[in-house]
Design a protein around this ligand. Structure first.
Ligand code: SF4
Length: 412
């Protein structure tokens, strides 16, 4: 690799990291620099900036290197790609992180890497960065480290001692997709590594509850990412896999990243990226499972029964309600919280506010209107003191009445 200055490396390795969507920081341990060191995860907490395409950019988000000995078809950094390569030393990453932090550009570091020489060697380099930041420079900011599933579990464990969050990408929603597009990766090894992380995170959490001085281990938990639209997996497949991962490994987040066609792409890949709206609908379905009490099968039931794809023109909660009209309308003055959470257009905060308010008085439609962005969407699905939708929920054209109007997007 030809010698390159730091800013040229940064240009290449920050650009190469943009394909990883799983960089949001949340739920970590409180940590500040009052006792020495630099940085904090308290006070204003970690704040984020978002690029126009919706990706988080407040962390210094880089790869250690975009060289890789693997050849995953969907990846611009694969061995056979003719992309320009660069590699940071661990010391360079440390210096950049501290410099950017002191200039108030970032609140933390998101570090991933192509696989150099071997999974163990790569993981050692990542651990060196984290250890140096924490132990030599007293860095208290946020650290999210990508871990290599095939690396020695001891190295991954060391990473967890320094990182706030660890992540291992499952990459593709199905084992068949992974076998076809990333044949050097193994679903069993990936899930094995996630399982070990879960145990280490749980054990550290238990120890911390019993002993204040117990060492922390990835207090912001683990996350993963799935690429959407690179293989034939349906939304139903993706929802089912995400639910299984949440259940088995207690993940904090599953991120969905719409596949981006890459230069010199392999012939087995689609030529076009899937609509970004598909990614958005999957995030919405994820929220339904995590915050609204929907079982995975229920979320999957929002998808088209033939194609197993979520509709793009309406959100999955509305799609589910339209398929289960017999369960509506819900009475805002009597229905339990779980039933109100299923009303399209009502969020968790709105439902909790209604539950608090109805202890004092009977709620009218105007009270609901103050808590929702779209009364037209909510009305067919609820009953209020002065509102009863009668046959509205049974109308054949209900979908057209409540679906958002199609708008011409701005071209520039
Ligand atoms: S291992 Fe990671 S960096 Fe290497 S080709 Fe596969 S996805 Fe890309």
């Amino acid at each position: 690799m030809a010698r390159m200055d730091l800013s040229s490396k940064l240009a290449i390795l920050a650009d190469a990291a943009k394909y990883d969507a799983s960089c949001a920081s949340s739920g970590t341990a409180k940590r500040n620099a009052r006792a020495g060191g630099i940085g904090s995860t308290e006070g204003k907490g970690i704040c984020h900036a978002y690029a126009p395409d919706g990706r988080c950019i407040s962390l210094l988000k880089i790869l250690l290197t975009n060289a890789c000995v693997f050849d995953c078809h969907y990846c611009i950094n694969r061995k056979s790609s003719n992309v320009r390569r660069a590699r940071f030393t661990p010391e360079e990453v440390v210096r950049l992180t501290l410099d950017f932090y002191r200039r108030n550009y970032i609140e933390g570091l998101f570090l991933s890497s192509g696989i150099i020489r071997s999974p163990d060697y790569t993981m050692e380099q990542i651990v060196r960065v984290a250890q140096s930041l924490r132990e030599e420079h007293g860095f208290r900011g946020y650290l999210h480290l990508k871990t290599i599933p095939d690396a020695d579990p001891d190295l991954v464990h060391q990473a967890g001692r320094f990182a706030d969050r660890l992540s291992i990408n499952v990459e593709l929603p199905t084992a068949a997709g992974l076998k076809r597009l990333a044949p050097e990766k193994s679903p069993a090894r990936i899930e094995g590594a996630m399982g070990r992380l879960r145990h280490a995170i749980d054990d550290a959490g238990d120890a911390k509850r019993r002993y204040k001085s117990a060492p922390i281990f990835a207090p912001a938990g683990q996350s993963t990412q799935m690429i959407v639209g690179a293989d034939a997996a349906t939304d139903g497949d993706i929802i089912t896999r995400a639910a299984a991962l949440y259940g088995r490994h207690a993940l904090r987040r599953v991120y969905y990243s719409a596949f981006s066609p890459i230069p010199d792409a392999s012939a087995v890949l689609p030529l076009r990226r899937p609509p970004l709206m598909r990614e958005h609908r999957l995030y919405q379905s994820d929220w339904l499972m995590r915050f609204y009490g929907y079982a995975p099968a229920e979320v999957a039931a929002a998808a088209d029964p033939v194609t197993a794809m979520l509709p793009l023109d309406i959100d999955p909660k509305l799609a589910w309600a339209l398929r289960h009209r017999a369960l509506f309308p819900a009475d805002v003055n009597r229905a339990p919280r779980e039933a109100l959470l299923r009303v399209p257009g009502l969020g968790v905060k709105a439902v909790d506010a209604m539950l608090a308010a109805r202890r004092q008085r009977r709620l009218r439609l105007a009270d609901v209107a103050r808590l929702t962005a779209s009364l037209a969407k909510v009305r067919p699905f609820l009953i209020a003191e002065d509102w009863r939708p009668l046959a509205l929920a049974d109308r054949a054209d209900l979908r057209a009445l409540v679906a958002p109007r199609a708008e011409q997007l701005e071209l520039f």
